[in-house]
Design a protein. Structure first.
Length: 446
């Protein structure tokens, strides 16, 4: 079976199936180039058409959310749940509340989530959901009312053995609490229908830190693979949310020098590196701050760069942790010209295709989000297990398990992505995840 013609036929097919959905098309085509050769060389995969089937969400749920704001006005928002693949376990993936949320973004996230979850080794499928509601500037009562209205629609589609949402952008422990409270009232039972819950009612230790910490555990594994270490490395991080701040914290704790944090507007640079106490302060005060980076600058110093990103700065390691497609070809070129040696994605698909092409051409180690930021969903899976057994594991046990999971994902990438003495982490992650999903599909039939 000719691989090039198969890939070209797939691209035409996916364009026709999902027009005007650029994020979803970008995600599926990025994986296709790595897994089509595996597909073509496996008779069972070809016979059951597994790759195209994996590129079609099993279910797209779209609903309206009507709720009453503080001015006693009824507002209407869109809500979605994309249940992409339940092949290896209950659907699992976060909820995002942001004006940029649309079907294409959520489909890409759910698709990526399916591959990411397959890498964890935990029996969980892939999903994503959310709303175009923006909680910024809203009162706590308004956020609560919206969450309750959103869950009033979502609740009929989720459950511990069906679909277990978690948090994502703008959906933290407060929002998860409101969502879970409404689910519990409607169904009159306590269970693991959501993860990311507060520790006081079924949450897990390390869940808040997991994605950022896991990113650094993966980074250390990559450095060890390349006979390198993190000590005194200059690390550029974009974002100022949960992932970015906890990645920064763990980086400093293990000897790295974090020189940047950013938001959608501006960038904070600290040439000598942020201290552990400064990052801990930002984590503690973020919820009460309108712009935690401005406050961090005022309290702990640094150079404020308006309308800038971190990628023009000299650094050894780049960790894009903000949002999709934030690191473009020009940013990648700047990083590489300034001596960046490693790039690991903390966000989901933060590098554009053009940036990825340039990074691959230069041959520096690059780890995609489906591998490097899988720590969050891994701990969500462990929270599901704790809820099912009504037991809570200690912080150390969960943190040790997170390190083991990230090391296992690293090993899968190495085994599936090594050729001519070089590890292609993106290719390895795509192939390893695809094989697990494809084998499950073959075993379950049409």
């Amino acid at each position: 079976m000719d691989e090039e013609s198969t890939l070209n036929e797939f691209k035409t097919w996916i364009d026709e199936r999902h027009p005007s959905q650029p994020e979803y098309l970008q995600a599926t085509k990025e994986i296709a180039k790595d897994v089509i050769p595996i597909f073509c060389n496996n008779e069972s995969y070809r016979r059951l058409n597994v790759f195209k089937r994996l590129c079609e969400p099993e279910r797209i749920i779209h609903f309206s959310v009507h709720w009453l704001n503080d001015a006693n006005e009824v507002e209407i928002h869109n809500g979605w749940r994309i249940q992409h693949s339940g092949l290896i376990g209950p659907y699992k993936g976060g909820l995002r509340f942001h004006p940029s949320v649309n079907e294409s973004v959520l489909k890409f996230l759910a698709f990526e989530q399916s591959f990411k979850n397959a890498l964890t080794g935990i029996p969980i499928g892939g999903a994503k959901g959310g709303s175009d509601f923006n909680p910024k500037g809203r009162s706590e009562t308004e956020v609560m009312r919206f969450c309750q209205a959103f869950m009033g629609e979502l609740q009929r589609h989720i459950g511990p053995h069906t679909d277990v949402p978690a948090g994502d952008i703008n959906v933290g422990s407060r929002e998860i609490g409101f969502l879970y409270g409404e689910y519990r009232k409607i169904h009159n039972r306590f269970g693991g229908s959501l993860t990311g819950k507060d520790i006081s009612f079924g949450g897990s230790h390390v869940r808040t830190e997991a994605t950022g910490f896991g990113l650094i555990y993966m980074l250390r594994a990559v450095l060890k693979q390349h006979k390198d270490e993190i000590k005194n490395k200059r690390i550029g991080i974009s974002g100022a949310g949960n992932v970015a701040l906890h990645a920064a914290l763990k980086s400093v704790q293990v000897g790295g020098q974090v020189i940047s944090l950013s938001n959608s507007r501006d960038c904070l640079i600290k040439e000598e590196g942020f201290s552990e106490s400064a990052i801990s302060w930002a984590i503690k005060n973020k919820a009460e701050s309108d712009n935690i980076l401005i406050d961090l600058c005022e309290h702990h110093g640094g150079d404020w760069h308006k309308d800038a990103t971190p990628w023009q700065q000299p650094m050894d390691i780049a960790l894009p942790c903000a949002t999709q497609n934030e690191l473009d070809k020009d940013a990648a070129a700047a990083l590489l010209s300034n001596g960046c040696k490693y790039i690991l994605e903390g966000a989901n698909m933060p590098c554009t295709n053009e940036a990825l092409d340039l990074i691959e051409e230069k041959g520096i180690p690059f780890v995609p989000g489906k591998a490097s930021n899988a720590g969050g969903v891994a701990i969500s899976g462990l929270e599901m297990s704790q809820n099912a057994t009504f037991k809570r594991a200690t912080y150390k046990k969960i943190d040790d398990a997170l390190q083991d999971i990230m090391l296992n994902i690293h090993q899968q990438c190495v085994e599936a992505g090594t050729a001519d003495g070089r590890v292609n982490y993106a290719k390895g992650a795509n192939i390893a995840a695809f094989r697990r999903l494809a084998d499950a599909m073959v075993a379950q039939g049409v």
